[in-house]
Design a protein around this ligand. Structure first.
Ligand code: FAD
Length: 281
């Protein structure tokens, strides 16, 4: 019996029917690795309410256990409760509860609601129906007042009823291990699952990392830049780097791996194969 910890795969809602059909194929390829669940992101400001719901239902119908991401977005509490009821009626048992970010250009009455308040609302409205995951930041959320303060608020998400955390991606295993130690010291005893971002494109990774506060170590930036236009070389190197990271995380006791697949199967599958993950035919 294989004692490997659970996997989960994150997807975003495709914008077109062709994208949806491609995602169905991607999920079929990745299903061979027997993930515990797939999650589907929710656009800032509630901008993907319908596409997220449609993607969740497509994956659910295809036999996956699905965790929709959820934030207040542009909704009030009643709107969030309606969405919770739709998910419950569809047979969904897991959620990823987030504050989200304001889409650029949105001002005025749009408001961010902290994830601990959303978790409390979900528990008030839906009781124990959903298993709730929340976000955690080994390199600390960009708006955090301090390292300790960010861990305090993570603790408040668990106090409100969250079951597990999934981290922002990172490329330094130590940032994760020190973070987990600090969480344990602060009394947080729930699973903190590392988020894994495959490396497939240098420029977009740099751009996205700057926005979400994930650090690409200096040595890695130089190595990635060195591949220039050689995408194949970059991808092979990226698989090696991320597989080694995964190996260290698992050896150090990570309770699972959550892949930011970017709706692509190849890199995630290659990393799992490099890790020797069992795959059904
Ligand atoms: P919070 O937990 O609310 O924290 C935000 C900041 O406020 C932190 O600095 C924290 O220290 C502080 N804080 C927390 N609670 C309080 C409080 N009660 N009072 C005062 N300060 C507080 N974004 C999307 O738009 N859609 C997605 O689908 C999505 N999925 C994600 C999945 C994962 C696994 C991760 C790690 C991130 C995801 N994000 C997503 C990004 C996320 O929405 C942003 O990082 C956002 O800025 C913070 O969300 P949060 O839930 O961590 O917020």
């Amino acid at each position: 019996m294989d004692a490997r910890p659970p996997l989960s795969f994150e997807f975003f809602p495709p914008k077109t029917p062709e994208g949806m059909a491609r995602l169905r194929e991607v999920r079929t390829v990745l299903a061979a690795f027997a993930p515990e669940f797939c999650s589907v992101t929710y656009g800032a400001g509630g901008s993907t309410r319908e596409p997220t719901l449609a993607t969740v239902l497509m994956l659910h119908d295809a036999g996956a256990s699905v965790a929709p991401h959820l934030s207040f977005g542009g909704d009030d509490a009643k709107g969030v409760e309606r969405l919770l009821d739709s998910y419950r009626a569809a047979g969904i048992r897991r959620l990823v509860a987030l504050r989200g970010d304001l889409p650029s250009g949105v001002g005025g009455s749009a408001q961010l609601v902290h994830a601990n308040e959303l978790v409390a609302l979900i528990r008030r409205h839906s009781g124990d129906h959903f298993q709730i995951h929340v976000a955690a930041y080994p390199e600390i959320h960009p708006e955090a007042r301090s390292y300790a303060d960010d861990i305090h608020w993570l603790g408040q998400k668990f106090a409100a009823g969250a079951d597990a955390a999934i981290t922002q991606y990172f490329y330094s295993a130590d940032s994760y291990f020190y973070f987990v130690d600090a969480c344990r010291a602060a009394g947080i005893d729930r699973p903190i699952v590392p988020g894994i971002m495959p490396i497939t494109n240098h420029e977009s990774l740099v751009r996205f990392s700057a926005r979400c506060g994930a650090e690409i170590p200096r040595w890695l930036q130089y190595r990635l830049a060195g591949w220039g236009d050689d995408l194949e070389g970059l991808r092979a190197f990226g698989i090696e780097v991320v597989a080694r990271l995964g190996e260290r995380l698992l050896a150090g006791g990570a309770p699972g791996l959550h892949f930011y697949t970017l709706n692509q199967a190849e890199a995630t599958a290659a990393i799992l194969r490099a890790l020797g993950w069992p795959e059904s035919a």
